[in-house]
Each structure stands twice: as structure tokens, then as C-alpha cells.
Design a binder for this molecule. Structure first.
Ligand code: CUA
Length: 330
């Protein structure tokens, strides 16, 4: 007769766990990582699920035992002064509960070390299909990408599908962290140090980049995208980059200036730029962009003259004349 409530409780716990597991694992916002779209992200995912399986099983075991013991060994009206049975050590049990965790930890460690080279090591330059070299600069508060032909882009990296992409990461200001959850693990971007990582996107699409290191007041908006396109689109993207400065100018304004000064220059955490007389002096403006001033970081420290001139022209043409009214912004 006594067993019935235990069995019912265990069943209830199991049913709840299973019901919650479905919801918890469902896509973004749950406990599951985003769908991996690169071999290194896939390997990270594999390790995640191995660890989840062990921790999930242990959680169920411990919680079930807890509930069973709470019910089975309840006081049943026994006076508080009465001592429970005194139990001495149990050698075999102690060996078992030491040995099993050791085996589990060894299995996890072994698996992770087996997967690690495929996550961390950048595929060789002479690997099938070769690799594309991309320079990634992390700045307060944007990402700048340098392509093999010398082109640049801000906050949006365009790469062809099914190619190894080797990233060389540097920071001219403070520590940031490169993270594209679908395309492999995080890597810190640290001033004075050059770090490397890679991915091979297996599907066309747009993948979110996040800065994963608190790098200043606008860290939260240090977002970007990796745009994965067919090989032919990549070639035409680079062609267009060379021909048109306008795209780079707009991108630079939106990715670099607008995050603090507003999309229309209406001001934000940085001063209002719209209608500012200071925008007329190209030389002073160039100096401010390169070196920073007061709270403003030296955002343009690494820009070539093409990018610097392009954004100054953009500021004068689209922002200086704009009213940047109170209702503006984006
Ligand atoms: Cu860069 Cu946070």
C-alpha cells in the first residue's frame, strides 16, 4: 500500500520533466544552441548535447531520489527527540559513487579533446577549395572587415557558401569578443594581440554577430551580420565594393556614427550632429574621427583615406543639412 504514492510521484516528475524538455529545447530562447551551420559549430553542439545528456540524467536521478526519500522516510508522527537509525560507512557504495563520476568526467573530457582540434584549428590554406582571408577589426562599437582585394565593409561580412573563411582578429582599442553562434565559437579580440578563428558556412543565409565582451557604453549595439551567398554573388559583391564608395560611406555612418549620434544625426548618447557647424571643417572633422575627443573613441584610427573622406562627405551631405528633428531616430 505504501508504494503507490511513490510510484505516482515518480511518474509525475518524469512527465513534467519530459513536457518541459520539449519546450526548453525548442529553438531560439530555449536551452538549445542555434542550429549549427559550420563544422566547428557542429562540433561545439555535439559536446553540448553530450554534457546535457549526462547532466540531465543525473538531475533526474537526484531529484527522483530526493522526492522518494522525502516521502518514504517522513516522520510519521515520530517525536522530534527520537534519533533515526545510525548508519555507518558503506565501502562498496562509496567506491561506486566515486567511480561513476570519474568515468563520466573522463568521457566528457575525452570527447571534448577529441572534438577540440576540429573546432579550434584553422583549416590549412591548401585544404580543398582553398580559404578566404578576412581581417576583422573590433572597434568601439562596430566591426570592420577587410577582404583579400583590399575592400572593406562595416558590420556586415559577405562570404561565399562552402568555403573555409579564415578570420584574423585585431582590436585597436579595448577587448571585444567575436561571436557568431551559428558559425562556431567565441574568440576574444584583444588589443596588442592577433587571434585567429574560422568557419565554413554550409548554407546561404544571414547569421548574427554579437560582441560578447562588455566593451563600453554601446556594447549592446555592437551587432552585425555574416551574409553567406553563392560564389558568383560574392564576386559581384566585391566588384561593387570597388566601384561604389557610396555604400561604404552609408554603412560607415550607420555602423559607426549613428550608434551614438542617431540615424539622422539627431543625437543620442553622443551630441547632436544635425545642423552642426563643426561638420563643415573637413580637417578638424578628420582629426576628431581619427583621434577621438572627450568621450568619443578614436573610431577611424585604422581607416584609409577613401573611407575617411567618404564618411566626411556623407556627414556633410546627409547630416549637416538635416534638421534631425526630435521625432527622428531609428
Ligand atoms: Cu565590443 Cu562589446
Amino acid at each position: 500500500m505504501r508504494r503507490k504514492p511513490f510510484v505516482a510521484t515518480i511518474l509525475l516528475v518524469l512527465v513534467c520533466a519530459l513536457a518541459l524538455a520539449g519546450a526548453a529545447l525548442a529553438g531560439t530562447g530555449g536551452f538549445a544552441p542555434p542550429t549549427p551551420r559550420s563544422p566547428n559549430a557542429q562540433r561545439t553542439n555535439d559536446a553540448y548535447y553530450l554534457i546535457l545528456a549526462f547532466t540531465g540524467a543525473i538531475f533526474l536521478l537526484v531529484e527522483t531520489a530526493l522526492v522518494v526519500f522525502v516521502i518514504r522516510f517522513r516522520s510519521r508522527g515520530r517525536p522530534r527527540t527520537v534519533e533515526g537509525p545510525q548508519i555507518r560507512g558503506h565501502t562498496r557504495l562509496e567506491i561506486i559513487w566515486t567511480a561513476i563520476p570519474v568515468v563520466i568526467l573522463a568521457a566528457i573530457t575525452g570527447f571534448v579533446f577529441y572534438k577540440l582540434p576540429g573546432i579550434k584549428n584553422v583549416p590549412a590554406a591548401n585544404a580543398a577549395g582553398g580559404r578566404i582571408e578576412i581581417g576583422v577589426e573590433a572597434h568601439q562599437f562596430y566591426w570592420q572587415f577587410r577582404y583579400p582585394d583590399g575592400s572593406t565593409s562595416v558590420d556586415e561580412l559577405t562570404v561565399p557558401v562552402d568555403r573555409n573563411v579564415h578570420l584574423t582578429l585585431t582590436s585597436p582599442d579595448v577587448a571585444h569578443s567575436w561571436w557568431v553562434p551559428s558559425l562556431g565559437g567565441k574568440i576574444d579580440v584583444i588589443p596588442g594581440r592577433t587571434n585567429h578563428t574560422w568557419f565554413r558556412a554550409q548554407q546561404n543565409g544571414v547569421y548574427r554577430i554579437r560582441c560578447a565582451e562588455l566593451c563600453g557604453i554601446q556594447h549592446a549595439v555592437m551587432l552585425g551580420f555574416v551574409r553567406v551567398v553563392p560564389q558568383s554573388d560574392y564576386a559581384s559583391f566585391l566588384g561593387a565594393r570597388h566601384a561604389k564608395t557610396a555604400d561604404l560611406a552609408r554603412e560607415t555612418y550607420q555602423g559607426v556614427c549613428a550608434k551614438c549620434h542617431g540615424f539622422k544625426g539627431e543625437g543620442g548618447i553622443g551630441p547632436k550632429l544635425a545642423g552642426s557647424a563643426g561638420l563643415n571643417d573637413r580637417t578638424a572633422l578628420a582629426k576628431t574621427i581619427r583621434n577621438g575627443i572627450g568621450m568619443m573613441p578614436p573610431v577611424g584610427r585604422t581607416w584609409d583615406s577613401r573611407q575617411l573622406n567618404a564618411v566626411i562627405t556623407y556627414l556633410q551631405k546627409h547630416v549637416a543639412s538635416s534638421a534631425g528633428g526630435a521625432a527622428g531616430g531609428g
